[in-house]
Design a protein around this ligand. Structure first.
Ligand SMILES: [Fe+2]
Length: 297
């Protein structure tokens, strides 16, 4: 531990992990459009493969997901092929084992929690006036072999993906484009459906491509559909994520709309009628209060 702390002090300044944080760009694009930032984590010893092996053994089994990296863009989550290896072996042999792995909620380890929170504190300074209430701060580390594919999917968090090692290509789609992701898909996702969604040939021309090199980061708006392809080397990426008042409100409204649809009542899409959203959200908060009161009895 002492050795790691000493190395950290020599390689990076903990108060300045991120760079190129442009307040005007955040104001114009945050959680609406993708944009890039920079970071100084490339040589950080926490992202050495051996340290990641230790992290993978520290985390509970349900915080480690891994499989073959040789996947199509559309992947049925129930049929995702395994790689036949143990977790630690997968990381040690990542150069050759053609695999994909995510270490989830790395904030469970105090050293990773510190670096995650330091990075997000830098983001919060700019984001708070735009989208107040940063909370549910979670970190994910992706370790994957050359050429690995992350199938087409959506994620529930405000996300900045920081590329540490290797490079990857990301095709990212407009979160508001209902010809790519329907309102029903969003509702089901926020009610517990798997993140993977089908990729149809006609989507190809609609997405924007981003190429991430070490030292670069990309902002993903909440639930913006995307898929990822690694370059010709092992890739390590650090995903720093959070919720805000606004993102949690939208999740609640999608879940409410899912309930309405299941009762046969077609809901107005979230954001289409602000007054309708207000009424629904008042109902959601009322239900929560009622549950708390009943739970206490
Ligand atoms: Fe993702």
């Amino acid at each position: 531990m002492t050795q790691v702390a000493t190395t950290v002090a020599k390689t990076v300044q903990p108060d300045a992990y991120l760079k190129s944080l442009d307040a005007r760009e955040f104001t114009a694009k945050f959680n609406r459009q993708p944009f890039t930032i920079g970071h100084q984590l490339v040589d950080h010893p926490l992202f050495d493969l051996q340290r990641l092996v230790e992290l993978s053994q520290f985390l509970p089994p349900n915080s480690v997901e891994y499989n073959s990296g040789d996947l199509p863009v559309t992947q049925d989550p129930d049929l995702t092929p395994r790689n036949g290896l143990a977790i630690d072996e997968t990381i040690r042999r990542i150069e050759e084992c053609q695999s994909w792995m995510v270490l989830k909620n790395v904030e469970q380890d105090p050293e990773f929690r510190d670096i995650l929170y330091d990075c997000l504190d830098e983001i919060r300074e700019i984001v708070e006036p735009i989208a107040p209430g940063m909370r549910v701060r979670e970190g994910f580390i992706f370790v994957s072999s050359a050429g690995s594919v992350t199938p087409f999917h959506i994620d529930p968090e405000n996300n900045f993906l920081l590329q540490i090692r290797g490079h990857k290509q990301v095709q990212l789609f407009d979160v508001e484009d209902r010809s790519v992701m329907s309102e029903e898909q969003l509702e089901k996702f926020f009610t517990g459906a798997h993140r993977n969604i089908p990729f149809l040939p006609e989507y190809e021309a609609k997405g924007h491509w981003f190429e991430l090199q070490p030292g670069e980061g990309l902002h993903f708006p909440v639930a913006a559909p995307h898929w990822v392809k690694n370059g010709s080397q092992v890739s390590i990426s650090f995903s720093i994520t959070f919720q805000t008042d606004s993102s949690q409100r939208r999740q609640s409204l999608h879940r409410w709309n899912n309930g309405m649809r299941r009762m046969g009542i077609p809901p107005s899409p979230v954001g289409a009628r602000p007054w309708s959203d207000e009424v629904k959200y008042a109902g959601i908060r009322g239900c929560r209060v009622a549950k708390r009161i009943l739970g206490k009895k």
